[in-house]
Design a protein around this ligand. Structure first.
Ligand SMILES: Cc1ncc(COP(=O)(O)O)c(C=O)c1O
Length: 396
């Protein structure tokens, strides 16, 4: 079957909710994928920060296959060892005191868990009027009703009104605005360490720390969305660790299963008390197969050497883009990011550049209006990064 045949069928029968690039992918290995016509692409997007170890990583694949032969699913009315092992790893790496983990299937669900946790935590303290969650303009937290309302981008909300109550969006990085917005209704602050979908925008230095201090002062929960930034991509297991702060709870998904659907919420012991037996759950959350894969993915993604290399590769990409910027200052406006999550802001035409990159054999995508996003697998080499950026240059 060719690209064209698959796309024609898709256009007739799939909900037309996505803006797909016009190729159908059929095979992946390491940093490469192939489309149905046999064309090979250098994949520096990795399923949007998801296939962090590259496609079909042999150890992750072996773990999932072994589990497939043993037991797929047993429901969360029973215990299962892969889930426990993963919880042990995540909580230990988190640095949160006596942390606990909850498993779900996606980033949006992990953020839903954060929102529910914050509301109930305030109720348990006798603060039932505190239900409002402060989030940020340009953020992205998911597509469920609550998480799209938390998302600070009106385009994701249009047409879905009435939206759930209790979310306020503030300018990202603007501490004075946060201080002014805190009221007797505020329950928590929800923040991305780097706004991914919003155009790969890191929080200003010190912002998370200042939010932590405000949360302590007003007895609010600090909730950090690590869905895109987690799992070693920025050089630490979780990006909040660059600032030496601890959230009350944080969310994960994307790279956790290296492409198998799994999400997680990790919370401090204190915060976790807000969701006792019967208050939250998921049929598939922490399923044995996804958890088995995630145990291996997490261990490999957070090896110190790998995380150091991610930082070095990110620096190298920055150097290459800097050189390009010198050559084309009217076209290439800014490099932003950390480690292996970076964006290149263009003066205009970013969507066309993404399309030309694909035609030239490179997969990247658009984040925000003008930014081309790169989220390469951690196994990418310097040569492959240089090749990708040279295809990018040719595509400008
Ligand atoms: C920061 C962040 N939070 C949440 C989500 C939603 O994750 P999912 O699509 O798995 O629901 C995303 C997805 O891009 C994200 O980047």
């Amino acid at each position: 079957m060719t690209n064209e045949e698959i796309i024609e069928r898709a256009k007739k029968k799939l909900l037309l909710n996505y803006k797909q690039q016009p190729i159908a992918l059929v095979k992946g290995e390491g940093v490469y994928v192939w489309d149905a016509d046999g064309k090979r692409y250098l994949d520096l997007l990795g399923g949007i920060a998801t296939c962090a170890l590259g496609h079909c990583h042999p150890q992750v694949t072996a773990a999932a296959k072994a589990q497939l032969d043993q037991l797929w699913h047993c429901s969360n009315v029973f215990y299962s060892e892969p889930q426990v092992a993963l919880a042990e790893k995540l909580t230990a790496a988190s640095g949160l005191p006596n942390a606990r983990a909850f498993f779900c299937n996606s980033g949006a669900e992990a953020n839903e868990a954060l929102i529910k946790l914050a509301r109930r935590a305030q109720k348990d303290r006798g603060q039932s009027g505190r239900y409002e969650i402060l989030t940020f303009e340009n953020s992205f937290h998911g597509r469920t009703l609550a998480t799209l309302t938390a998302t600070g981008q009106p385009k994701y909300q249009a047409g879905f009104e009435p939206l759930p109550e209790g979310f306020r969006h503030l300018p990202y990085g603007d501490l004075a605005a946060v201080k002014a917005a805190i009221s007797s209704k505020t329950a928590a602050i929800l923040v991305e360490p780097i706004q991914g979908e919003g155009g790969v925008r890191p929080a200003p230095q010190g912002f998370l720390k200042a939010l932590r201090a405000l949360c302590d002062e007003h007895r609010l929960l600090l909730l950090i969305d690590e869905v895109q930034t987690g799992l070693g991509r920025t050089g630490k297991p979780f990006a909040y660790q660059h600032e030496g702060v601890l959230p009350d709870a944080f969310s994960l998904a994307k790279a956790l299963g290296n492409g198998l659907p799994i999400g997680a919420m990790v919370s401090s012991e204190e915060a976790s008390k807000a969701l006792p037996s019967g208050t939250h759950g998921s049929t598939f959350g922490g399923n044995l197969v996804t958890a088995a894969a995630a145990n291996v993915a997490f261990a490999l993604c957070t090896e110190p050497q790998t995380m150091e290399q991610n930082v070095a590769l990110g620096r190298y990409a920055h150097e290459l883009v800097h050189a390009l910027q010198q050559k084309k200052p009217d076209v290439v406006k800014e490099f932003r990011g950390r480690g292996l999550l970076f964006g290149i802001e263009l003066a205009s035409g970013a969507a066309d550049v993404v399309a030309r990159c694909r035609q030239n054999g490179l997969l990247v995508n658009l984040a925000g209006e003008k930014t081309v996003r790169f989220a390469p697998p951690y196994i990418v080499t310097r040569e492959q990064l240089a090749e990708g950026l040279s295809i990018f240059e040719r595509s400008l």
